[in-house]
Design a protein around this ligand. Sequence first.
Ligand code: 5GP
Ligand code: MN
Length: 338
Amino acid sequence: MNFENTETVKSILSQPQQIVIIPHKNPDGDAMGSCLGLYGFLKGIGQKANVIAPNDYPKFLKWLPENDCVVNFEKENREALELLEEATVIFTLDFNDFSRTGQMEPILEAKEADFIMIDHHQQPNDYARVTYSDVSMSSTCEMVYNFIVALGGNDKITKEIATCLYTGIMTDTGSFKFRSTSSTTHRVVADLIDRGAENMKIHQQVYDTNSPSRLHLLGVALSNMTILSDYRTAYITLSQEELDKHNFKKGDTEGFVNYGLTLEGVNFAVIFIENKDEGIIKISFRSVGDFSVNEFARKHFNGGGHDNAAGGRSEQSMEQTLEHFISILETYKNVLNP
Ligand code: 5GP
Ligand code: MN
């Protein structure tokens, strides 16, 4: 974080504030880890803070320290609205545009408070008084670590904070293997372990708590996979019926898209997941190399994200969505076949 931002944050936090911390909708490990890690830090320096999640998140994140303090905007709407009303400072973590908070968007648009953005996605919006945005970062959790260090708070990183931050770095880097994982990331992770993060336990709690039905759903996803070798692309579909049949719970499809990239020669992997409630097909894109799925998702599927991991949506049927998707691949044939 640069000098100017650090000084502004120091001056904001030198006064008692009513702080609200918000992750993006459908929060993942990085979003929840960064919010709860920052929450622990702010409480530790005597500030009043609350975390409001736009909606629910997977069970494999609900063991995180301080998880019980999270207010769910969808389910505990009145409490969330009151907290937002009173807020003087709002941290927005792991996203950079109010639209990523779903139903909370109009409230945040209208709200007057000091917004502080900490985020590593491309093309940040300009709503914040302090914008700490760095697309080269592995995760928002690594940035929250930097944020705490910039404020001179190294000694305030407790075991609980370290656990939250470790979790988000681990999930956002695909367990420390994505391109954004730098030697600095490893140094940060090492420090978090020194401060009490139990790495093996965290891995188990996130990755080894599958239900049998989730693994069966993975089986369905893998057998639904189509490989388009001309485009070095592999895509998976999951219909609402298939999800229902396997007792689908939030988070169950997390990571499925990555299997496409484990195929030799495949540079682009996609999963299309039907959501009848919302009337959409939710799409996840992953790539290796120079094909930017962020640009692809922005241009064609009303989404965005990072160069190698992005998401989007379609309001057409699964069939029409696939037809559209396949028809535009031709334009990218050369980038996909470097
Ligand atoms: P996932 O595919 O795991 O849901 O998301 C991959 C990355 O893309 C994450 O960084 C996530 O924040 C971002 N992302 C997912 N869906 C959307 C979307 O609909 N819009 C935008 N702008 N980003 C998204
Ligand atoms: Mn992230």
